[in-house]
Each structure stands twice: as structure tokens, then as C-alpha cells.
Ligand binder design. Sequence first.
Ligand SMILES: *[C@@H]1O[C@H](CO)[C@@H](O)[C@H](O)[C@H]1NC(C)=O
Ligand SMILES: *[C@@H]1O[C@H](CO)[C@@H](O)[C@H](O)[C@H]1NC(C)=O
Ligand SMILES: *[C@@H]1O[C@H](CO)[C@@H](O)[C@H](O)[C@H]1NC(C)=O
Ligand SMILES: *[C@@H]1O[C@H](CO)[C@@H](O)[C@H](O)[C@H]1NC(C)=O
Ligand SMILES: *[C@@H]1O[C@H](CO)[C@@H](O)[C@H](O)[C@H]1NC(C)=O
Ligand SMILES: *[C@@H]1O[C@H](CO)[C@@H](O)[C@H](O)[C@H]1NC(C)=O
Ligand SMILES: *[C@@H]1O[C@H](CO)[C@@H](O)[C@H](O)[C@H]1NC(C)=O
Ligand SMILES: *[C@@H]1O[C@H](CO)[C@@H](O)[C@H](O)[C@H]1NC(C)=O
Ligand SMILES: *[C@@H]1O[C@H](CO)[C@@H](O)[C@H](O)[C@H]1NC(C)=O
Ligand SMILES: *[C@@H]1O[C@H](CO)[C@@H](O)[C@H](O)[C@H]1NC(C)=O
Ligand SMILES: *[C@@H]1O[C@H](CO)[C@@H](O)[C@H](O)[C@H]1NC(C)=O
Length: 858
Amino acid sequence: MAARSCLLLLSCLAVAAAAGMLRAARGQPDSNGFISIDCGLSGKAGYVDNATKLSYSPDAGFTDAGTNNNISAEYLSPASSRIFDNVRSFPGAAPGSCYTLRSLVPGLKYLVRASFKYGNYDGLRRLPMFDLYAGVNFWTTVNITDAAVAHAEEAIVVLPDDSLQVCLVNTGAGTPFISGLDIRPLKNSLYPQANATQGLVLAARMNFGPADTFIRYPDDPHDRAWKPWIDTMIYAEITTTKTVQSVEDDMFEVPSAVMQTVITPHNASGSIQLRWEAKPNTNYPSPEYIVIMHFSELQLLQENTIRTFNISINNMIVGNITPDYLYADSSRNTKPFRSSNQYNITLHATANSTMSPIINALEIFSIISTTTVPTNTMDVSAITTIKKQYEVKGNWMGDPCVPKTMTWDWLTCGYTISSPPTITGVNLSYNNLTGSIPEALSLLSSLTVLDLSGNQLSGSIPSELLKRAQDKSLQLRYENNPDLCVNGTCPSPEGDPKLAIYISVPGQRTILSIYIMSQQAIPTEVTAMDMKITNNFEQVLGKGGFGYVYYGILEEGTQVAVKLRSQSSNQGVKEFLTEAEFAQTLIRIHHKNLVSMIGYCKDGEYMALVHEYMSEGTLEEHIAGRDHNKRNLTWTERLRITLESAQGLEYLHKGCSPPLIHRDVKATNILLNMKLEAKIANFGLSKIFNRDSDTHVSTSILVGTPGYIDPEYHATMMPTTKSDVYGFGVVLLELVTGKNPILRTPQPISLIHWVQQRLQCGNIEGVVDTRMNGVYDVNSVWKVAEIALKCTAQASAQRPTMTDVVAQLQECLDLEYGRAGSVPELSIDHVSKTRTILEMDHLERVPLSTMSSGPSAR
Ligand SMILES: *[C@@H]1O[C@H](CO)[C@@H](O)[C@H](O)[C@H]1NC(C)=O
Ligand SMILES: *[C@@H]1O[C@H](CO)[C@@H](O)[C@H](O)[C@H]1NC(C)=O
Ligand SMILES: *[C@@H]1O[C@H](CO)[C@@H](O)[C@H](O)[C@H]1NC(C)=O
Ligand SMILES: *[C@@H]1O[C@H](CO)[C@@H](O)[C@H](O)[C@H]1NC(C)=O
Ligand SMILES: *[C@@H]1O[C@H](CO)[C@@H](O)[C@H](O)[C@H]1NC(C)=O
Ligand SMILES: *[C@@H]1O[C@H](CO)[C@@H](O)[C@H](O)[C@H]1NC(C)=O
Ligand SMILES: *[C@@H]1O[C@H](CO)[C@@H](O)[C@H](O)[C@H]1NC(C)=O
Ligand SMILES: *[C@@H]1O[C@H](CO)[C@@H](O)[C@H](O)[C@H]1NC(C)=O
Ligand SMILES: *[C@@H]1O[C@H](CO)[C@@H](O)[C@H](O)[C@H]1NC(C)=O
Ligand SMILES: *[C@@H]1O[C@H](CO)[C@@H](O)[C@H](O)[C@H]1NC(C)=O
Ligand SMILES: *[C@@H]1O[C@H](CO)[C@@H](O)[C@H](O)[C@H]1NC(C)=O
């Protein structure tokens, strides 16, 4: 048998990657759910890939690390996919660099493909080797062995989250780089060997028969790359033009175009032999493999003819097969196997067979474990908040503690067998940090060492941290921060730590003077002092749910808004105290899009909440155009306001634990400062009002404002974060239309219905606020209107989260800025039915060869 056998050498096969990708200039999957990124592409403009007609976008929106480089001119090739013309490289000390792919579906299976061509982009002629991670799980080691050859790594994984980080890790063997990154969703029924705990890493995907035609999208709707192969010395190609059907419950959905060709030995009694070599790496020194062979009979066999062959791997029979005419079937191992370094597959006709064996296609995967546990989620969210506040870049990417070699700078992590890794040490000393010490640090429950010394931090140390330092569970260092309040004493330029605000209460002519211990961002203590009578400041800014809001000035001149409430108003003592208690929580909540609380005090019958002063008043005043001194908001300003207020709400939902539901999202609760920056006001107050207690206030009272109330909340009396999303949707509609949430036309009709009616007829111009004088991008207005209608869906489950809303509004704003610049709208052409022709010479990594005839003809 050996003499007649033919061997294919399948060692180190790489799937040739053509590349290609997307509408993702804005980071969103396209209509197929594909994200296609050309890594290292300069500028903002993407392009449509010639071969696949998929839209590829530049990678700037997916990573904030690394630099763009063009490959050296000698390696440029017009026949090769454009993604290989440039790379993003990650030089420098940071061990890891990540791409973040968003808007994915948790629990869904995805094909992820990373493509590489070195092309001497750095002029150093040094071929690197580095590791690749899918999320926190080791994926593979990328070993670049030829500067001219395009190389791809592909994995099939089930994602636990709605985003995936793909990280390149410098292992000391050269600078990591990447040419392209693709993600394609797969039905969960496909490739059942990939599940929540194990992933598949592609070793080979062969289409037997053709010599030069790579099959990809659109022939393969999943955009797998099928590499053509035949050695005509040994094999004949058999083809059909008839469609090869899938069997029921097809687990692989091999495209008919791939199934329509087979190879078969010229010698009728010959066998087909395939061979590959194990590709061990440091994480998988002895990898396990899954082999999937695809078969379909393409010839209508005469009576008394039969094609049956046995399949053996390393001389072990794994089955025999009689392919069905024009039906795709597969032979695969369900349990991964591991043998020597070498694997031989033999297809040998059985004794009663009158025909020689055939094979249509083959896939080989190695198995990776996807059970690596990411860092404790509380710790991740706390450290992410800190990263944002201090705008830390460096290597703060991916998971903070996993993999160990990529632990973020300045952090120390604790690893145990039974629980997720935790952050145990944070050393931010001598880092030029300014501002307050983030409260989030106290959420790191395993923290034992915190070094903040040698910065310009101000404000006071969060009490939780002080407490832990006192009971010796935390080693806390904060010396050499000249502006920090220590032991209750804050340094002050005037030398007097106390600031007074004066406010008058019209009618009663009562003045409170409040001394604030600290002018820093996080005051620790506010005490009410004596009461004086003056009438120097007598300006009512408005009336909110809490009571009247007065204009005030701190002694050192800062303008503030003071909400004053008197006990004689309709509130019991109990609520009064609850408010004070709750204010302590509110005072800790800081976000640039939330009106920040500067202090609070309770003095006798008065309780005052002191907030930052928002000079441009409420959004509602701007929309209604009531104040004729105020100019009309432009579309870009409106978009920016929506995005900023969405970010404020998102923070309440995501940044606070438990999530803080605003309960009264409306245009009058969005305030604007001098720079027209939007901030959410009155968050949390409705919660106080709604406390269940033995007084007249109870949860059975609906909180909110007509026109903005979530119908589901109305029905159940249980507010959720989606109730806020609903209210926000109404605000979006107000910004688009310039109209009130309830229109009188003359019958009262909700703005939502009014807009729905018009949009159903495609009449966007009919709803847009005329005060924008027609200056807006219709697409972006459409998009915002669509977001608004999704937010105001009747069923809360159908509404997006604030995080989704933020992402979509960001996209709109990017579009708007892009309009001013030059981001073209990329369209996706699904029409092309032609096969993808790619030049093998530029894509093939290791030529397939046969034992008998040397390197195969291409
Ligand atoms: C795409 O194909 C057209 C027509 O063959 C060719 O002119 C163009 O240069 C190709 N573009 C790229 C980027 O390969
Ligand atoms: C790469 O080449 C493109 C097109 O020639 C050019 O616009 C871009 O600036 C180059 N990028 C780098 C990093 O040199
Ligand atoms: C990388 O590839 C080269 C060339 O094939 C090979 O000699 C080397 O052993 C490989 N390194 C690793 C770690 O796999
Ligand atoms: C994934 O598949 C492997 C191998 O069949 C199996 O051992 C494991 O339990 C599966 N995991 C899940 C979550 O189904
Ligand atoms: C075909 O295979 C048979 C059995 O291995 C062998 O005897 C014969 O020489 C082969 N024919 C050719 C043309 O190679
Ligand atoms: C695979 O086939 C080759 C060539 O015939 C042989 O040298 C090798 O020992 C075989 N390996 C195994 C594991 O059977
Ligand atoms: C496959 O079938 C042929 C013909 O019956 C037989 O000679 C051969 O031994 C079988 N292969 C193995 C590995 O048993
Ligand atoms: C041919 O032989 C194989 C085993 O060698 C057997 O499984 C199969 O049923 C046979 N087919 C026919 C049509 O007899
Ligand atoms: C801190 O700022 C000083 C002065 O601007 C600068 O010299 C120093 O490099 C900075 N240190 C760090 C760690 O950024
Ligand atoms: C703060 O108070 C503690 C305990 O009373 C004392 O040990 C520490 O030295 C004080 N720190 C400063 C800077 O005064
Ligand atoms: C705002 O727009 C309206 C309608 O176009 C216009 O009548 C009004 O003068 C504009 N206001 C200002 C301040 O420009």
C-alpha cells in the first residue's frame, strides 16, 4: 500500500487570510454581525475589500495602544489583500496590548481571526514570536517565520460577555504586531466541540480539488477561508455543478462550492493519505486535536458499483464511510485525541469497494481551555473607574490580573485556586496624580497595600480607607500630597479652612450661613453654624422636587446652587433624617455628567443641599426656547448634550452599586453649564421621597413626571433602570423635535406616538425641530429618532441599556464630526456571487507537499 499512497504534508498549515471588514469605523458589527478591522490603517476612512466586498475599518476605535506602520515596499503585493499593507505594532515595555470588540452577544459562538504579515514594517528584518489571547484565555503562539508570508490564526469560541478583548503579549521574542482582525458570529449548533469551557484553534481548513481558488465570503456565509489543494501528479479532481445539500442538523454548513470538488487517487487501488504535525507551544506542550472530514459523492454511481473506504488515524480505524450522492456528511472525532507528534490519516477503499476513496474538505483544530477565571468583577469595575478618573493608559488594558504576565502596572494581584484573582496592592506613588482620591479604591475589598504618596492629590481620604488603615488591614501611604486633607484639616490658600455660603429664603428672610470644611472635590464634613438675617442674596433659581433652589456664593466666591427644605414643609422628621443620611451617599457620587454635590447641612428646621451651579439652566428651557436670549441649539450641540446626559445616567446605572435609578429623567433634570456641558440633576432624590415607611410616603406612590413615565413601571410600581431609559428616550425625542412630551393637537397625544406616526411614513423632516434651520445630517437625526423609539418601547426588555445608548449616540456624534471631516459612509455589497480569487503565492504559508513528488504544483 505504501507505494501507492500519497502523503500530504499538512504541518503548520495556516489559513490564508484574505482580510476584510466593515462599517466598523464606528466599532459596530455590520448587518451580518461581522466586525472587520484593518489594523494599522491610517486615517478615519475604511474601505470595501475587493475580494469579499466586506467593509474594513481602521483600528483606532478598537485599541489605544501601539503605532501604525506600513510594510516595506518590497513586500507590497497588489494580489494580496489590502489588510496586509500596514500593521499596528506594540513596541515598548508594556507586556500586553489589546483590541476590544464590542456589541457582541454573550453566550454566542464566534469565529475570531487575527492576520499577520511582517513585511519588514520596522526595517529591522527581525521575525518576532509572541502570544495571542482571546479574553483572559491563552489562544496561541504566533511564530512569524517568513516576512513575505501572510499568516492567520483562527479560533472558535463561545463568548461569556458582550465584548471580547484580543490581546497580543510580548514574550521577549520580538515586538508583537497585527495586520487584521475579524470576528464572525456562528450559530451555537455549529462546531459543537466548541463550548463555554473549550475553544477550537484552527490548524488547517482544506478544500480539496481546486488549485487556486480560495473560498470565503460570500460563498461561505460564515466567512471561513477554505484553502484549495490538489497534487495533480497523484490525484484527479472530480467536480459537479449540482448543489450539494446539507444534511439535517448540519453542524458545519460547509458551503456547496467547497463540497462540489473532491480529489481521488489516479490509481484505482490507491489510498488518500494526509499527514500533519502537532504544533506544541508553552501552554499546550502536547496539544489535543479534533479532525473533521467532509464527504459527498459527486458521481451518480452505476448499479453494482460502490465507493466505501475506511478511515484510520495513525493506523487506528476510526470508521468507514460510503458518501451519499450530493449530500454533505462529515466524519469527526467527538473526543479530542492526542498521539505522537505526527498524525497520519489514511482513507483506504474496503475490499468490497469498486471505487477509490474521495475527500471533499478537511478541518483540523486543536483544543484550548476557556476556563481561565477573570479577575473579581467588583475589583475590575473599581479599577476601571480609577483608570477613567486618572486617565491611566500604559498597559492598563485587558484584565487587570490575568494573564499574570500582563498584570497592570502598579497593581499587585492575589491568586488562589478556589476564587477569582483579586487586586491586593495599588502603588500609584509619584505619578503626578491630581484631584481627589477615588472612592472606588475602597471597593477593592482585598486591598492590603495602597501607596498614594508623592502626588498632588486633594480632598480627603475616603473614610472607608482610613478605617481599614486604622484597623491595620490596609497599609496606607499618602505622604507628600501637599493639598490633601489629613486628620480633618485641609490646607487652604486663605489659611481659613471654613467657607461660608449665604442664602436668603424669600418670604421668611432667613439666612443660613453654612461653613464648609473643605473646598475640595470631596468635602468630608459640612456643619451648619449660626443663623443670620441678611437679604444680600435673594435669587430663586427654580423649584425642584426637593424644594426651592437658591443661588448662593461660597465665601471664596464659588457660585453654587442651594436646595433648601424646611421641616415645616410636608415632610416628616424621619424623611428629613433619611435625606441627610442619603446625602452622604450622594456626596460620594462623582461623574463629569452628574451635577456634583458640594456639601449639605442640617440646621434646625432647615436642610440644605449645596450643588455646583449650572449657569445655563435646564435643558427644557433651551428646548422650549422660552428664554429668547438663549440661542437655538445646533444639532451637534444637541447630540453632545444627549451623549453627555446618557453618560451621566449610565454611571448611575453601572457605576453605582446597587444601581441608582433616577426615576425622574426629564429635560428639566438635565442642567447645562457655561460651556453647555450637560449634567444630570436630582438623582437619588426621588428614592428618598419614595422610601417605604410608616409615614404618608410609600412605594405605592408613582414617582415621575407625566409624559415621561414608563408604562411598565406604571403598571407594576416597580421602577427599573429601564424606566430611566424610557424617560431618556422621551428627552431624545424632545431634542429632535423641539416639542413637549405631551402635545395638544388639539387632543393630547404623546410625543412618542406623534413621532412614530410620522416616521412610519418616512417623514423625518416633518418631525425635526425647525429651530435647527435645516442644518443637520438626516442620517444622524434618523438614527437618534430610532434610538429614542427603541428606548420608549412598551416592554422594558426591548429597550436598550444606557450603555447601549451611550455607544450608539457616540456613533452618531462620531458621524457628525466625521461629516465635518471626511469619513465616507461605507456600504456593504452582498450582491456579488463571484468566488473570491486570491493569489496563493501571497497567502500560502507552508506549501502542501507529497512524499512522492515534492512540493505540489500550485
Ligand atoms: C480593487 O480592484 C480594482 C479592479 O480590479 C483595482 O483597480 C483596485 O486597485 C483594487 N484595489 C485594491 C485595494 O486592491
Ligand atoms: C502609510 O501609507 C499611507 C498611504 O501611502 C500613508 O497615508 C500613511 O501616512 C502611511 N503611514 C505611515 C505610518 O507611514
Ligand atoms: C518557530 O518557527 C521556526 C521555523 O519553522 C521553528 O524553527 C521554531 O522552532 C518555531 N518556534 C517555536 C517556539 O515554535
Ligand atoms: C465542552 O465539551 C467538553 C468535551 O466534550 C466537555 O467535557 C465539557 O463538559 C463541555 N463543556 C460544557 C460547558 O458543556
Ligand atoms: C496502482 O496500485 C497498485 C496496488 O498498489 C499497484 O500495483 C499499481 O502498480 C499501481 N498502478 C500505478 C499506475 O501506479
Ligand atoms: C506516519 O507516516 C509516516 C510516513 O509513512 C511514518 O514515518 C510515521 O511513522 C507515521 N506516523 C505514525 C504516528 O503512524
Ligand atoms: C481498511 O480496509 C482495507 C481493505 O479492507 C484493509 O486492507 C485495511 O487493513 C483497512 N485499514 C485498516 C487500518 O485496518
Ligand atoms: C463493505 O465492507 C464494509 C466493511 O469492510 C462493510 O461495513 C460494508 O457494509 C460493506 N458494504 C457492502 C455494500 O457490502
Ligand atoms: C511629573 O511631572 C514632572 C514635572 O512636570 C515631570 O518632570 C515628571 O516626569 C512627571 N512624572 C511622571 C511620573 O509623569
Ligand atoms: C493623623 O492622626 C494620626 C492618629 O491620630 C497620627 O498618627 C498621624 O500622625 C496624624 N497625621 C498627620 C499628618 O497629622
Ligand atoms: C431660533 O429659530 C427660530 C426658527 O427658525 C427663529 O425664528 C429664531 O429667531 C431663532 N432664534 C435665535 C435666537 O436665533
